[in-house]
Write a protein of this length. Structure first.
Length: 117
């Protein structure tokens, strides 16, 4: 069984940057796609970004394209989300999840990102 642990969240001013990490332990996620999702208060969880098992393919929600970059280091069993030019509307709990969109089989506990205006 794989355990995913997110870290790197925090409070940042609008226009600032954060880098989130998702570390896997137990069974790894090498060989699996990994996604970042987020959930803002009172809203449904939404897709943010995805990366293929090798790291060569990525996908982003329109709302974060050009600002966020997903990457992975399979030697460290870690996936990253570099978030630049943050906006107040990016405030949410960010989760990583293993698997294809709609078919996740493991989730982290989430990390809070708060962007102040």
């Amino acid at each position: 069984q794989v355990q995913l642990v997110e870290s790197g969240g925090g409070l940042v001013q609008a226009g600032g940057s954060l880098r989130l990490s998702c570390a896997a332990s137990g069974r790894t996620f090498s060989g699996y796609p990994v996604n970042w999702l987020r959930q803002a208060p009172g809203k449904e969880r939404e897709f943010v970004a995805a990366i293929g098992w090798s790291g060569s393919s990525t996908d982003y929600a329109d709302s974060v394209k050009g600002r966020f970059t997903i990457s992975r280091d399979n030697t460290k069993n870690t996936v990253y989300l570099q978030m630049n030019s943050l906006k107040p509307e990016d405030t949410a709990v960010y989760y990583c999840a293993r698997g294809r969109r709609g078919g996740y089989d493991a989730w982290g506990q989430g990390t809070q990102v708060t962007v102040s205006s």
